[in-house]
Design a protein around this ligand. Structure first.
Ligand code: C2E
Ligand code: MG
Ligand code: MG
Length: 682
């Protein structure tokens, strides 16, 4: 910087010289003399000037650095650098100015930190934030908004908020309303894509009108929508077969019935149930069962005529309905052809785990309005017809007739009541004595289940055992029987040391049920009875159906010392070779062979063959359903080991059976009369 003043020491010297000059002049010369007085005055003036200049120079020298520092600090602050303090150590106004400047720096720094922080927060949000003016023009957006809308902040600034809303939602979008609520709507991206969002609006209240505005927070709900759609789909469609489920099928059927009513047309419903599907599940596992259902539903969808609607109504039950059939005339033959084609197609072999499988189905057909006026009744009618097909052996179809309905209603009613039968204590076990023909003594009994339904009388097992099997109730029912029999046995033994061997009927489903063996063991041990006193009867057809799976289970039962017998022998197709493999000890000759004895030659031959065959295999033979003394005589003569039947009375209660055993123990033979009659040929 150029110096405008002489250096300080020059000024000091000049001032001193002037002072000395002026003082000397005043003392040496006449005080009256005008010239020296003038000179002195000039010198004094000059000295004063020099002193003034000196003072100014000194002041300036002291103020320059702090002012420079203040300027520097102010410049830093103006460039947004709030880091260092404004450090001027002075007690005067300069110091105050510096403190004021530093306070300003601190405030600005705090504001900036807060602003930057808020900006970072906004930009890290996943939700889009859009700030608009009070009339809805975009002022500011966060990064999530940029990403969601595929547009930069510059492109969005100034645009109407409404323009971001996708059609057709835009028409219903009212800015003021949107600013005060949360709603689901859709925004549109720069590329024209719809983004479903949950949009919350709020009003930014500010004293400064310039700063007032609206804030919108938009959350992308694409995933939520997708999940909703999936849930809606799953609620209506069967995940495995992709066919409408029962609810959706009923809904579609209901609509179709309403159309048929309006148009005066007719509609046919085919109810389809796979035959023995449970066997696939039981023997090959559920994954195999699922695959079989998939294959069959594909075939069903493939063969269904154009416009027909197929659905999965339950596990292995399917429905198919056809609309627009003329109301006049009988369409049963036409639908019969379709049902036959369906059955043939379903019956084609398919492969599962390298196994060739064949499945058949039973079909029931019902027409609306001819057979039933509404959805529920139509389904019931078709179901009843299907059940009729099933009863006829399966792989066939039947058209509904009113007689079928009564049977079906009864079946449904019983199924419902069967569930509560155990807890309501409605079951009862009766015993049918088994008589050893060699010594004519009671050698045990067969336990036969009864269902004493109040207001209904006794229901025969032939009626409810299949229902229990269908609804998976057979295991609890079977276990109940086993417990009851073991408990009865324990009671009898207190009076009679050896009540003989008690046989219990076993259903295949029960045998294959996981945990059956474990439960069996625990029932025997809880009752404190030895398994060797019991025999399990399994029907011949049941045994031969998938012997490979059954055989290991039978071996385990044998290892537990439980006896096994083949029930209803002669009604199936067991080969001798197959029989030899099974760990059975007893053949129970079916009552149908006993019936015609001794007059029917055919029955006599068959009965003799069965007895001979049993003996050649080392098996004991029991004749079932012995009703007459003549039958008894024949059986005894041909070496049959045991007999049971009405000839010895109807199945009896546990105390009644105990009374028979006790009588026998005391030497009174309960069936002497029957044997005497057999001997006399009566
Ligand atoms: P089943 O094992 O062949 O039992 C013999 C059936 O013949 C019994 O019918 C019995 O009451 C009947 N019966 C006895 N004597 C005569 C006779 O002289 N003439 C004629 N015509 N019939 C006679 P029920 O008690 O109605 O049982 C039917 C079937 O139900 C049984 O056939 C058996 O397979 C099954 N069952 C019975 N109780 C149970 C059980 O606790 N569990 C299982 N799974 N099945 C059972
Ligand atoms: Mg039996
Ligand atoms: Mg039998």
């Amino acid at each position: 910087m150029a110096r405008r003043f002489p250096p300080r020491h020059v000024l000091i010297a000049a001032a001193l010289a002037a002072l000395v000059l002026a003082g000397g002049a005043l003392l040496a010369l006449e005080p009256e003399a005008p010239v020296p007085r003038l000179l002195a005055a000039i010198a004094l003036g000059l000295a004063m000037l020099a002193l003034g200049a000196l003072l100014l120079a000194t002041l300036r020298h002291r103020l320059r650095p702090p002012i420079a520092r203040l300027i520097h600090s102010a410049e830093r602050i103006s460039h947004g650098d709030y880091s260092g303090a404004v450090a001027v150590r002075a007690q005067d106004e300069l110091g105050e100015l510096a403190s004021a400047l530093d306070r300003m720096r601190q405030t600005l720094r705090q504001t900036t930190i807060t602003r930057d922080y808020l900006e970072r927060v906004l930009n890290s949000m996943n939700d889009a934030v859009i700030v608009t003016t009070a009339d809805g023009r975009i002022r500011q957006v966060n990064e999530a908004a940029n990403r969601m809308l595929g547009a930069g902040a510059d492109e969005l600034a100034g645009r109407e908020m409404t323009s971001l809303v996708a059609e057709p939602e835009r028409a219903a979008f009212v800015l003021e309303l949107a600013a005060s609520e949360t709603r689901e709507t859709a925004l549109v991206t720069k590329g024209g894509e719809r983004v479903p969002v949950s949009l919350s609006g709020s009003v930014l209240e500010e004293t400064d009108p310039e700063s007032r505005g609206l804030i919108f927070v938009a959350r992308n709900i694409t995933e939520k929508r997708r999940a909703e759609q999936r849930i809606r789909y799953l609620a209506r469609y069967d995940a495995l077969t992709k066919l409408p489920n029962r609810m959706q099928f009923q809904h579609l059927l209901q609509q179709a019935i309403a159309r048929a009513r309006r148009e005066g047309s007719s509609l046919a419903l085919l109810y389809l149930d796979l035959d023995r599907f449970k066997d696939i599940n039981d023997t090959l596992g559920h994954a195999a069962g699922d695959r079989a259902l998939e294959v069959l539903s594909e075939r069903l969808a493939h063969i269904a005529p154009h416009g027909a609607v197929a659905g999965r109504l339950a596990g292995d039950e399917f429905g198919l309905f056809l609309e627009n059939l003329p109301r006049d005339g009988d369409r049963r033959a036409q639908l019969g052809v379709l049902a036959r084609r369906l059955l043939d197609d379903m019956g084609r072999a398919f492969h599962l785990q390298d196994t060739e499988l064949f499945l058949t189905a039973s079909v029931g057909i019902a027409f609306c309005p001819q057979d039933a006026p509404d959805t529920i009744d139509l389904i019931r009618a078709a179901d009843a017809a299907m059940y009729h097909s099933k009863q006829s052996g399966g792989n066939t179809y039947a058209c509904y007739s009113p007689a079928m309905s009564a049977a079906s209603v009864e079946r449904l009613m019983l199924k419902g009541k069967l569930r509560r039968a155990i807890e309501r204590d409605e079951f009862l076990v009766l015993y049918q004595p088994k008589i050893r023909l060699a010594d004519e003594r009671i050698a045990g009994a067969e336990a036969l289940l009864r269902w004493r339904l109040p207001g209904h009388g006794d229901i025969a097992p032939a009626q409810f055992i299949p229902l229990a099997e269908e609804s998976d109730l057979i295991s609890p029912v079977g276990e109940w029987v086993l417990r009851r029999v073991c408990a009865d046995y324990a009671i009898w033994r207190r009076t009679v040391p050896d009540p003989g061997r008690i046989s219990i009927n076993l259903s295949l489903k029960q045998l294959r049920h996981a945990g059956f063996l474990t439960r069996c063991r625990s029932v025997f041990s809880q009752a404190g009875v030895a398994p060797g006193n019991f025999e399990l009867e399994i029907t011949e057809t049941t045994l031969m159906n998938d012997a490979q799976t059954t055989l290991p289970l039978l071996r385990e039962l044998e290892a537990m010392d439980i006896h096994l017998s083949i029930d209803d022998f002669g009604t199936g197709y067991s080969s001798l070779a197959a029989l030899q493999q099974l760990p059975v000890e007893t053949l129970k000759m079916d009552q149908s062979f006993v019936k015609g004895l001794p007059t029917s030659k055919a029955d006599a031959t068959l009965a003799k063959t069965i007895i001979d065959m049993g003996q050649s295999l080392g098996l004991e033979v029991v004749a079932e359903g012995v009703e007459s003394a003549a039958q008894l005589a024949f059986l005894k003569e041909h070496g049959c080991d045991y007999a049971q039947g009405r000839l010895f009375g109807e199945p009896i209660s546990a105390p009644a059976f105990l009374a028979c055993l006790d009588a026998q123990r005391r030497g009174i033979h309960p069936f002497t009369r029957q044997f005497a009659a057999a001997r006399s040929g009566a």
